[in-house]
Ligand binder design. Structure first.
Ligand code: HEM
Length: 416
């Protein structure tokens, strides 16, 4: 068999910043493609990705993401974990890093923290936070949409759940950065591994104190729900497990949603006709949120490990191989989404995207994330007119295999 010729590489920051042509090439020539540089199998077609995500027995989540970047990164990841165990609670594998049936125990607990009534009870805060953030920049006629709105909104929503207020958003961001550091390749030497693990430990000690307070006096927040449910049939969670679940709620719910809001704004700026349509018909807000997530998925890719020798679309994959599940590529699969490059907020099947994954690990925060996007853009379109990219601005992306993040997004507007 002749090897498939693929031009470029997903490791190139320019391809990461605009992966669409590269994805199209993969879907056309090699929907299951073994990246020579890493040995990962990149899954880019809609049907193959659905198959992978729905079969956890073959395609496992039991992986240490920080160990995928080579031996040096794995050593630093181990250092991070060892130091964290000394100064806080070492990482244990829960929820997203586990497979059924073990996954089910964590999932049952976490499902009950973001129930429809729970999400509904959070919406007044989302509305208030969106209003206050816009209040802070509306008189200036310009802002950096990422720093002034997209990041603080979901950050404050979760921060409030853990008892922090608006003035502590930088602390929250620092904690979240510390928690994400191993997966984001930010551990570059021993010192950075120690520093980031100490940042995570600082968050853990704060959370441990809160867990003890909630154990004594439960409220209606996420922490109390986790503690209350531990007593409900399943064995109680240890403090290390509680810490790991909070880590996943914080890291899972913050950057992802911030990127979704930032990417959605950029799409509206690039498609003024769609912005006008949405401005005039807010019943489209939900579909707009899904179409933005389909088009510019916040999480472009994650990972699975094969537990056995297997075959996918005619490609043999040995046991213990790493798959790169490319949600962003599957969401542009022409067989599912005709004219995938078109950003169309009336697309009839926009909500069939895989940006929140599929199968047992389907995003637990999806209802909250969609509501945050709807509320955010409802307020923005109510209060800002003539929203434009600031003159001369050329928004850049942060790069990486996982997230699709904007570094900044300078905009101008007038008061509506
Ligand atoms: C637009 C925003 C979001 C996107 C694009 C997103 C994306 C994802 C994806 C792709 C997964 C699946 C991982 C896998 O396949 O292994 C996932 C899982 C998860 N998400 Fe989200 N997410 C978002 C918002 C949120 C929010 C707001 C929260 C919580 C506050 C959250 C918490 C989680 C958790 C805890 C998991 C793990 C679920 C499990 O393994 O059972 N996410 N998310």
């Amino acid at each position: 068999m002749t090897a498939v010729e693929i031009e470029g590489t997903l490791l190139d920051p320019q391809v990461q910043a605009c992966p669409f042509a590269y994805h199209a090439q993969l879907r056309e020539k090699a929907p299951v493609y073994r990246m020579p540089e890493t040995g990962f199998y990149v899954i880019s077609s809609y049907d193959d990705l659905k198959t992978v995500l729905s079969d956890p027995a073959t395609f496992s989540n039991d992986i240490l993401v920080e160990q995928l970047a080579g031996e040096a990164a794995a050593d630093l990841g181990r250092m991070f974990d060892e130091h964290l165990a000394e100064v806080g609670w070492g990482h244990v594998q829960t929820l997203q890093r586990t497979d059924p049936p073990e996954h089910g125990r964590y999932r049952r607990l976490i499902n009950r923290t973001l129930t429809p009534p729970m999400v509904k009870s959070m919406l007044p805060s989302v509305n208030r936070i969106a209003t206050e953030l816009i209040d802070a920049f509306i008189d200036k006629g310009s802002c950096d949409f990422i720093a002034d709105f997209a990041f603080p909104l979901p950050g404050l929503v979760i921060a409030e759940q853990i008892g922090l207020d608006a003035s502590e958003i930088n602390t929250f961001k620092r904690w979240s950065d510390g928690m994400l550091a191993p997966a984001m390749g930010l551990l570059v030497d021993e010192e950075s591994a120690r520093t980031y693990s100490e940042v995570e430990a600082e968050a853990q000690h704060y959370l441990a104190k809160l867990f003890e307070e909630r154990r004594a006096n439960p409220t209606d927040d996420i922490l109390s729900a986790l503690l209350a449910e531990s007593a409900d049939g399943d064995a109680a969670l240890t403090m290390a497990e509680l810490q790991n679940l909070m880590n996943q709620l914080i890291t899972g719910g913050y950057t992802t949603t911030a990127d979704a809001i930032g990417n959605a704004m950029l799409l509206l700026l690039e498609h003024p006709d769609q912005m006008e349509l949405l401005r005039n018909d807010r019943s489209l807000l939900h579909n707009f949120a899904d179409e933005a997530l389909r088009h510019s998925s916040s999480v472009q890719g994650l990972f699975r490990r094969t537990t056995v020798d297997t075959e996918l679309s005619g490609v043999k994959i040995p046991a213990n191989s790493i798959l790169h599940t490319r949600y962003g590529a599957a969401n542009w699969d022409e067989s599912m989404f005709p004219e995938p490059e078109k950003f169309d907020i009336t697309r009839s099947n926009a909500n069939k995207h895989l940006a929140f994954s599929r199968g047992p690990h389907f995003c637990v925060g999806q209802p909250l994330a969609i509501q945050e996007m709807i509320i955010a853009f409802d307020h923005l379109l109510d209060r800002l007119s003539d929203i434009q990219l600031a003159p001369g601005a050329a928004p850049e992306r942060t790069g990486g295999l996982i997230f699709y993040s904007l570094k900044d997004l300078p905009i101008t507007f007038t008061k509506a």
